[in-house]
Write a protein that binds this ligand. Sequence first.
Ligand code: ADP
Ligand code: DAR
Length: 347
Amino acid sequence: MKEQNIYPSFPVDCKSLVSKYLKKEIFEELKELKTKNGFTLEKAIASGVQNFDSGIGVYAGDLESYTIFASLFDPIIEDYHQFKKDDKHKSNLNAEDLKASNPDIEGKYIVSTRIRVGRNFAKYPLGPAISKEQRENIEKEASSALNSLDGKLRGKYYPLEGMSEEISKQLIQDHFLFKAGDRFLEAAGLNRNWPSGRGIYHNEEKTFLVWVNEEDQLRIISMQSGGDIKEVFTRLTKAISKIEEKVEFLYDNHLGYITSCPTNLGTAMRASVHIKLPNLGANMKKFEEITQKYHLQIRGIDGEHSQSIGGVYDISNKRRLGVTEVQCVQDMYDGVVELIKEEKKLE
Ligand code: ADP
Ligand code: DAR
């Protein structure tokens, strides 16, 4: 019988926020508590306990998790987002407010632009706590809302269940589809019953995509080749408002759009470019000076936990909570303008 509720021990070199903030007294305070969906502290910290290389290491099973386990979640949220428990999140999805003419008209640097938001259904628990049946109901409601989209957003929903290995591999290679089997999501209970209830919607041009039941119940994505960041953002904001006519999103006045991972709270937005910066790549001190100045994150070109290849980097906003969606994209845009300027100097 697996021993329950033992205070976890983390290696001394573990840098995850759960290892930093889960003090013994907090563990004792929270270990017996459960949300109305039966979500426990043990489930909330499972990913960080099984993956010592986590950055954060916790996931919420529902909105209530953020209240019941506040003694742990609040300091993690404050540390990651510099966002205090009395702060209020504000949303601004008005693309007109974005000042972003294409910074790379000749297409010399920016390979592609992608802006995504996570959204969860107000009437269901989050991924780590939903049942197989609830996940399948989400898929039904999401696909019916998506299949009603028209104009340039018109497209088709493709369930993962029954999708050929070859098509799924191609969609992942095109960066359109999520990978299966992330060990962090696995430990958080987000891969349960895989691939039931999971799938992808995309329009004919594959510039508008929606992932259903990956880490969040919806990942609404606008993407295209090149650096017309404003066009990508405008398409995304139109799509979000269309979907919101059919689906009520889980939102909280303090934490904004609610997601299972605390890093995505607030806007749940990641605005990224795949950009060729070989010279800056050889001068990481300068590279990181600029990314820090504009609150940017560097990822590899196959997404989170991947490496950059051939001097192409995934550059995106790091801030998600306590800033608006327009500010997230403005952070990324302003940083990209400076990175291109610096790369030109180094050429
Ligand atoms: P998320 O952005 O949803 O948090 P990842 O960082 O894992 O998740 O990225 C998901 C997928 O999107 C990966 O295949 C990644 O290569 C792709 N991707 C991210 N940004 C871009 C971009 N600007 N252009 C093309 N593909 C991108
Ligand atoms: N790997 C987890 C999640 C960090 C943020 N990325 C998300 N949510 N996909 C960690 O704690 O490092």
